[in-house]
Design a protein around this ligand. Structure first.
Ligand SMILES: Nc1ncnc2c1ncn2[C@@H]1O[C@H](COP(=O)(O)OP(=O)(O)OP(=O)(O)O)[C@@H](O)[C@H]1O
Ligand SMILES: [Mg+2]
Length: 298
């Protein structure tokens, strides 16, 4: 099943809402989803119908690494800034949810809850990242491949449940390192170069081996699983050409939403809405993946 037009439309609406253009007067209650990642902290806000209305995206500056909260105070400070900006634009958020990388339940998931509460949000629940992504994509079968800043996560969904999950430390950062080495520049500058759409075609041959490595990680973890379709999410999946490399190396059909970076945060906000009894339109709840109970599945 390829990603539906309505899922892509939802992501587009969320992307536009990151502008926070001060029209935050809302009759229904709002629900927030917070994605604390290695590279970015992203907050998504949806209304009672599951429509994205606001959001914020900030570099996480080493507060989080590979899905673990390293700098607790730093993460709180950045999230508080986001909450203040969103409320300042008129969006009175209070209820929120967060996501944890699968396989990191327990202490780490509690740390996520604490970061929300210390940022003056009420935590309605936690959800694992692939289940959050599946809610937006509206999928119940296949593998969600989340290529973020620090890691590549592979999760297999069967009848809407996450049945296998793994995380390996190869992500966008490794592309930056390759480019930094090649051009003899700092990694920060390499990342800017990498995310500049007008340079990506020229850089592709240099980063292709990293994508091949990611594909071999996917192949390794999917051995023995019956999977027909890969869904690429996470910021690194934005890079043009990655879909073709994944298709060639895995021999599977690969589908990528228009903005893979925003999928998980939006899914977390939808989870928050659902936890609070919101009845979402079919397009926003097609996935019904996972039960959000935060069970370790590996
Ligand atoms: N347009 C783009 N093209 C290529 N890479 C991009 C683009 N936009 C962002 N990235 C990269 O995506 C990565 C961040 O993605 P994402 O927000 O999914 O990661 P994260 O959740 O913070 O990290 P992790 O999941 O590893 O903890 C960074 O390496 C960033 O450079
Ligand atoms: Mg991530």
């Amino acid at each position: 099943m390829t990603i539906s037009a309505s899922a892509n439309q939802l992501l587009k609406t969320f992307e536009a809402s990151l502008e926070l253009n001060k029209n935050g007067v809302h009759k229904t209650e709002l629900f927030a989803g917070v994605d604390l990642g290695t590279a970015y902290i992203v907050t998504a806000v949806v209304d009672g119908d599951g429509v994205p209305v606001a959001g914020a995206l900030t570099r996480s500056r080493s507060s989080i690494r590979d899905g673990l909260v390293l700098d607790y105070m730093g993460a709180i400070r950045l999230l508080r800034e986001q909450v203040t900006a969103i409320r300042g634009a008129g969006y009175a958020i209070q209820r929120a949810a967060a996501a944890f990388p699968p396989g990191t339940m327990g202490q780490n998931a509690r740390a996520f809850r604490n970061v929300l509460e210390a940022s003056d949000l009420d935590c309605s629940g936690l959800i694992d990242e692939p289940s959050a992504a599946a809610q937006v994509l509206g999928i119940r079968e296949g593998a969600v491949v989340d290529i973020g800043g620090g890691t590549t996560g592979i999760s297999v969904l069967r009848e809407g449940e996450v049945v296998y999950t793994a995380d390996e430390a190869t992500g966008g950062m490794h592309l930056d390192l390759v480019l930094a080495g090649n051009f003899k520049i700092e990694v920060q500058e390499a990342e800017r170069m990498k995310t500049n759409a007008s340079r990506q075609r020229e850089l592709f041959p240099l980063v292709r081996p990293v994508f091949q490595k990611m594909a071999s990680i996917v192949n390794h973890h999917l051995k023995g699983h019956r999977v027909e379709m890969l869904y690429l999410v996470g910021g690194t999946s934005c890079f043009p050409g990655i879909v073709e490399v994944m298709e060639e190396e895995t021999g599977l059909a690969v589908s990528r939403p228009d903005n893979p970076l925003l999928v998980t945060p939006l899914g977390i906000a939808l989870h928050c809405a659902r936890m609070n009894g919101a009845k979402l339109a079919a397009a926003q709840s097609g996935g019904k993946a996972g039960n959000g109970s935060g069970q370790r599945v590996q």
